[in-house]
Design a protein around this ligand. Sequence first.
Ligand code: NAD
Length: 397
Amino acid sequence: MTKVLCVLYPDPVDGYPPKYARDTVPELSSYPDGSTLPSPKAIDFKPGELLGSVSGALGLTKFLKNRNVEFVVTSDKEGPDSQFEKELPDADVVISQPFWPAYLTAERFAKAKKLKLAITAGIGSDHVDLNAANEHNVTVAEVTYCNSISVAEHAVMQVLALVRNYLPSHDWARKGGWNIADCVSRAYDLEGMTVGVVGAGRIGKAVLERLKPFGVKLAYTQRHQLPADYEKSLGATYYPDVKELAKVVDIAVLETPLYAATRHMFNASVIASMKRGSYIVNNGRGELVDRDAIVDALNSGQLAGYAGDVWYPQPAPEDHPWRTMPHEGMTPHISGTTLSAQARYAAGTREILEDFLDDEPIRDEYIIAQGGALAGTGAKSYEVTKGQASPGSGEKA
Ligand code: NAD
């Protein structure tokens, strides 16, 4: 019997929602570049339901029962006594979400003798040691594009929240104050500022497109320069090197995958090279920046603000310094798991499982690693070095 082990975040503290704020989520016809939305043969959930927590089970319970698959869903993922660790040795498939990652370390791969497929219900498979996945010939797949726009919207919100000093001003309103001067003594207009996007992929391009109407100067860096006509339509300037980009921007928005070349891309010396009072928004991965360099730069005033939703490890410990540093606009890892996004990645996860169970090929764009090597989207997004754990995969967590 095939066994699918699924690690999801816990239900809301007040229980699984009996009803929702809205009755529907908009139906999309394709992704912005025209590529196809997830297309499973059927779904057993209503788009707009909470699917990413344990009771939602990604809407997979009925489907897997009908396919005679053992389906274990848990949020208990940490440590040797966790349910995840106990169920892993005979699991054929592991499903995990970046928001509540079941870190798949080399040690865990060694224990998971039957494992054939690791699905990321979302985007970003850095919580999987991709080198170990290749050594054990485990396929790694994710639902490419499912929440890229969700994250871009979050990034735009955080850029505005930091520059306009929104969160502290909101606090004054909640506290019963009318402290205009307190609110505005750190508030600026975004108009005229230079925003630099690091990683102009699906998320990064959507951030550039959404910020253009604000009358900002746009800059970006990534592996390959964007096509000239698209770049011109944005009015964006390309910097081949992140260090050169960092020197000219007022706001850096980080949206690259995490791997050895991007780990600690924004370290103390890059941050010191930025204009005093710059902002950083990071929804890529926590380890794209040096944790303590961010705290120091906020304390010294070199950075005017830092916001993001990605931490390391996840969930972040209660005493993580980003919870208490000044001028932050952090959220838990939520940008890619709106109810709208959940409907897409639940459908995409089902599509991957249908293909796996029917012995059909999984869409190339969903593939991160296959047949002992990076492949599909993974070959464009990550690099692995033999014998080295992928950053973020939990080896140090
Ligand atoms: P994508 O593959 O479309 O874009 C990634 C871009 O980064 C590519 O354009 C690539 O050229 C660029 N890049 C890679 N290495 C680089 C480097 N060294 N320097 C500069 N640019 C580099 O992927 P995407 O859908 O835009 O997602 C990007 C990342 O965002 C994911 O890998 C994941 O880590 C993160 N993400 C976070 C959330 C969230 O909820 N916070 C959700 C989805 C994705």
